[in-house]
Design a protein around this ligand. Structure first.
Ligand SMILES: *Cc1c(COP(=O)(O)O)cnc(C)c1O
Length: 419
């Protein structure tokens, strides 16, 4: 029987060639972008399934189209597993991405013009946390807190002062570029003082919460947690809103029909698969190993005189100040490491004097490397390569030789879903 991939190869060689190129790129280099990961073979199977053919507007048992016997089964599975994994009362698994899930929360629980207190983009928050260029930044009154200029951590005196001064309806924590865990009890106490709803955007570390390697905001009485499903959770691209029962109906109406039309049922099938994986002992070990690898990589980089924002990491990522470490801006550092098949991303650092496309740092994370089976001793080798390349950015021979070494090294580590 001809497989789907064989049909693709025969009938659209251009797309097939690009797919093979991307597979080889993912196999041969080290992926250190903290928001990326390798998903499971079972997830790829569900994503490429006939569930993509089905319209399922509405929710299980209340749909606007017939033929929902099996789509209801998978959406119920995904919701029940999400509730079990994150220990919460309600789950909506329909958001098409992380950005849509956050928009659904703001639009469902607040009125346009309401105040939201969230982390500033340049200090680690996400675009959807009220960056002025985002639509949400125009629709709601975002007040944005920054990190402490000395130690780089969240300054709770400032968060509290902002909360008392601006009386936000929603207090949002969570980040896209911040290397420390969150003091949920401190956020919750401030929110209670001003009567704000508490929300964590766990997009980056949702998988580490699911694997019990990081704290769960619901254990501190949080109202709403959002997470992407494709970062540390290792699922398909998508988002979930998890919340207390009292917000369930508003959240569901906000996702559909408020913000979206038909959900992507192939992605929801894949989310169900991801959440079954997340309940296995192997996933808990994976989540722990992500943190051990990040901690080792951070220590080894600092032993080689690299300077990391906040002086290390408690989570899966670190933010390196490449200007003070190596005299290179983040764009150059990213390009130098790319030449050695080590993928990172340029990153603005708190109070960055440089412009966003030439920022002062890079972001490095361990979820993808750990998914390939890399452990602490491999992080020592990685630190050595990163440090040597960034100290010798002009040495083409060295960068080419390192690329060869990295590619040889990577052959020991199968890519999930590809082998
Ligand atoms: C990645 C991320 C998002 C957005 O996810 P997309 O799927 O890219 O839309 C939202 N919030 C945070 C904190 C993120 O890191």
């Amino acid at each position: 029987m001809t497989s789907n991939l064989e049909y693709l190869e025969q009938n659209d060689p251009a797309v097939f060639a690009a797919l093979k190129g991307e597979e080889e790129r993912q196999r041969s280099g080290i992926e250190l972008i903290p928001s990326e990961n390798y998903t499971h073979a079972e997830v790829l199977a569900a994503l490429g399934s006939v569930f993509t053919n089905k319209y399922s507007e509405g929710y299980p048992g209340r749909r606007y189209y017939g033929g929902q016997e099996y789509t209801d089964q998978i959406e119920n599975l995904a919701r029940d597993r999400a509730k079990a994994v994150f220990r919460c009362e309600h789950a909506n698994v329909q958001p098409l991405s992380g950005s849509a899930m956050n928009q659904a929360v703001y639009l469902g629980l607040l009125e346009p013009g309401d105040t939201i207190l969230a982390m500033d983009l340049s200090h680690g928050g996400h675009l959807t946390h009220g960056a002025p260029v985002s639509h949400m930044g125009k629709l709601f009154n975002f007040v944005r807190y920054v990190t402490d200029p000395v130690d780089g951590s969240i300054d709770f005196d400032q968060v509290r002062n902002d909360a008392l001064a601006h009386k936000p309806k929603l207090l949002l924590c969570g980040y896209t570029s911040y290397p420390r865990d969150i003091d949920y009890a401190a956020f919750k106490a401030i929110a209670d003082e001003v009567g704000a709803i508490t929300m964590t955007d766990a997009s980056h570390f949702g998988g580490l919460v699911a694997g019990d390697a990081m704290k769960n905001p619901f254990d501190f009485g949080f109202d709403v947690v959002t997470t992407t499903t494709h970062k540390s959770l290792r699922g398909p691209r998508g988002g979930m809103v998890l919340c207390k029962k009292e917000f369930a109906s508003k959240i569901d109406k906000s996702v559909f029909p408020g913000l979206q039309g038909g959900p992507h049922m192939n992605a929801i099938a894949a989310i169900a698969v991801t959440l079954l994986k997340a309940q296995q002992p192997e996933f808990k070990q994976y989540a722990q190993q992500v943190l051990r690898n990040a901690s080792t990589l951070a220590t080894e980089l600092m032993n080689r005189q690299a300077s990391l924002v906040t002086g290390g990491t408690d989570n899966h990522m670190m933010v390196m100040n490449t200007m003070t470490s190596y005299g290179l801006d983040g764009r150059v550092a990213e390009e130098v490491l790319d030449q050695a098949a080590i993928t990172t991303n340029k990153q603005i650092i708190p109070d960055d004097p440089n412009p966003p496309l030439r920022p002062s740092g890079i972001r490095i994370g361990t979820p993808a490397a750990t998914a390939r089976g890399m452990v602490e001793s491999d992080m020592v080798q990685l630190a050595e390569w990163i440090n040597t390349c960034l100290r010798n950015p002009e040495d083409q021979a060295l960068l080419a030789k390192t690329r060869g070494d990295v590619e040889d090294f990577c052959r020991q580590f199968p890519v999930p879903g590809l082998e």
